[in-house]
Ligand binder design. Sequence first.
Ligand code: ADP
Ligand code: MG
Ligand code: MG
Length: 906
Amino acid sequence: MKRVYHFIGKNAEGSAKMKNDLGGKGANLAEMASIGVPVPPGFTITTQTCLEYYKEGGMPKGLMDEVVKNLKLVEKDQKLALGDKEKPLLVSVRSGARVSMPGMMDTVLNLGLNDDTVEGLAKMSDNPRFAWDCYRRFIQMFGDVVMNVRPSKEEEDPFELILAKVKKDKGVSSDTELAVEDLKQLVSEYKKLVKEKTGRDFPVEPMQQLEEAIKAVFSSWHNERANKYRQLNGIPDEWGTAVNVQTMVYGNMGDDSATGVAFTRDPATGDKRFFGEYLANAQGEDVVAGIRTPQPINKAAKTEDSQVSLEEKFPEAYKELVAIYQRLEKHYKEMQDMEFTIQNERLYLLQTRTGKRTGFASVRIAFEMEKEGLIDKNEALRRVDPYGLEQLLAPIFDAKDTAKAKGEGRNLAKGLNASPGAATGQVVFFADDAGKYPKSILVRIETSPEDIGGMISAQGILTARGGMTSHAAVVARGMGKPCVAGCGALQISYKNRQMKAGGQTIKEGDFISIDGSTGQIYEGQIPVNPSEVVQVFIKKTKTVKEAPAAEMFDKLLKWADDVKKLGVRANADTPADSAVAIAFGAKGIGLTRTEHMFFGGDRILAVREMILANDVAGREKALAKLLPMQREDFEGIFEVMNGLPVIIRLLDPPLHEFLPHEAKEQKEMADVMGISAEVVKEKVDSLHEFNPMLGHRGCRLGITYPEITVMQTKAIIEAACNMQKKGIKVIPEIMVPLIGHVREYVNQRDVIKKVAEETIKEKGVKLEYMIGTMIEVPRAALTADDVAKEAEFFSFGTNDLTQMTCGFSRDDAGKFLGDYVEKKIYAKDPFASLDQDGVGRIIKIAVDMGRAANSKLEIGICGEHGGDPDSVKFCHRVGMDYVSCSPYRVPLARLAAAQAVLEEKK
Ligand code: ADP
Ligand code: MG
Ligand code: MG
């Protein structure tokens, strides 16, 4: 099998289509080269070779021969040779998986240098300072990545310590001010360090350097950071990484050289403007590492006069870069994130890939690219991450509140608006501490991949150094977390766990507020407010015209509605929730939990009276008090839903949840009922269950106490008739919970039907209604044909179904499910995302059998999974009629339902 693919000018063996084999970086390098974009030549070793490496426990046989063969082609093209003393070729060795994993894998630059070739490079470039700068960088990177010379957690980077010392001795502040002699000194001290730490000499033979570096890239696929990132992003271990070996171009050759990164659109806001940063006389990661503060790409992006944009400093290269970015965006029809280097004013592209963006930007870019005719509506829908849509619902600060904070002198400083959204919380300076407070803001000089855990638990991220493309900014955008980056005014002391800003000292545990949309940071707390979308559709305090985000949100979801086949309903227990559901586009209610209505005000007393009653008469007396209240609740919901279907579930939870467990409450109940507190206590004790989740609950309640079912049915049907009389159409669907046996269902159905018919007759109106059941006990699912012959609808209660199918108690699983996911026993928490192979299989069996037995059967899902994009797609595939989820998840479900259809087309 071919293991190595070269890209040498237009003669490239790979293409953008080969991402699985060449990784994203390699495939796009080949693609760019083949369409004539200036890319330094090189070759890519396939991802399968990485897997071979793991299988064989070392370098696959014959691989290095293929490498040498391709290296020769590059050498010939460049008229240079690896290890040549006069004309040395230097290469970079770069990792690159199918999807980009920022900062997760390691790259070595300037490979091929030793004490001889460095002299050749100095002569060839007529620039000894540059040559030695490359050499010291190479030893540091190779030492770190390949030879594992790195600091432990408390230590500082030993290479950086040496560098800082040399700079201090020479009295310079920037790397670029170091003279040749200083760099030579660095090289010699670095080599000593490597020998000291590893016990071996730094390898001088370039071919050996290359082989070791390739091995190191393969190995880095399984380093801790990479493993963590893959887990977080659901990337399979079996993909492996490719290795790219590429001719070096030098951004550190002097003041006419530079390196930078650029996006074809603004990754934070989605704004259509060329966006990027660069550093003159710098190499590789310098821009993202936050060592020097980068400069803006063009005049339009300058925030201070003192800045020098690429457009001004390198006008020719800038012009060419603009032409290339426009070409690349058109070619890929997608927002690109590019790396470039300028060597002696000549531009080279080193990478292009689909740019990461906030959810906010993803909606905007997809929407605008459709308007520009670059992509069609379907493609726009495919491109929006359903979770990204949720970011449009993320909170913001109110302008009034920030103005007030400013008035009080609480504005501390301003950084870059790296990832939108508002956050307020207590300051922590170490990722490990982020969990210490309920809401924390992680403040770092700069973040690194080790900080990921802390970034996940923090509300927001604030850094002192680094630009819009720094690690903090990129990762925060990926997570949809508010982030302010590069806030130079902060003076952070890790040692004292405090920072100074705006003349104030902020200690760990103090509150601050950050606005990732403006970059402003404030001392103290600021109330966090609903997003524009919520203000327009829910609060109705703004109109669509005043809120561009809301307009895009609205249009995009309308496109989704045109495509999707699944219905989307909401789980709502109150008229207010129902109104939110409607505002977000729900077309019905998939679950109203009647028990939620039992807790408010005096109701709980009536409920307790019913449970504690000794006989039917006592229960009926208490139920009579509840009936008008329930009826009123249903009327409210029916009114809001105005003709859309509403599923109401009969009483479900274990009765003990309603009981008074404290002496004071028991006394109160005793007084209400005119009995002694002792009797109440005895009754409560007698209702104790060892495992209430599998105890006296669900339809079992209605079977032992049919009067409860009678009362609830009456309330539902009376409410429906009353609305009908007012001219509001109502379609109630009455749902029996937790059946396992068809006879449980039939028992309850007969009670419901009798009461419903009587009530309708009494009220003298015509009313359509349905009776059906939840499918949440595996036995019910496995006998779905029997059940479907009797029921008019199924609603999968996937919370209980997951609990009972997997045998995980919902209340206790939190303790071990984290481990299960980490150890990859389950890919995701099965309560959050449907376990499609197991629980999903039972669902599919039940759907198929149910439909075969009753072709008119209506089928939906009402568990938490109804709002999880992958689960929604599953529901589409098995042929359900609708999903039902919490009101705020409705938009996400609409989009996922459309994507499910589009995925079938592909
Ligand atoms: P990552 O995947 O972490 O971005 P890269 O392999 O893209 O790592 O490389 C890290 C940095 O080194 C980038 O800034 C890249 O542009 C730069 N770089 C990589 N190869 C070369 C090269 N051949 N010449 C100049 N710069 C390079
Ligand atoms: Mg890169
Ligand atoms: Mg249930």
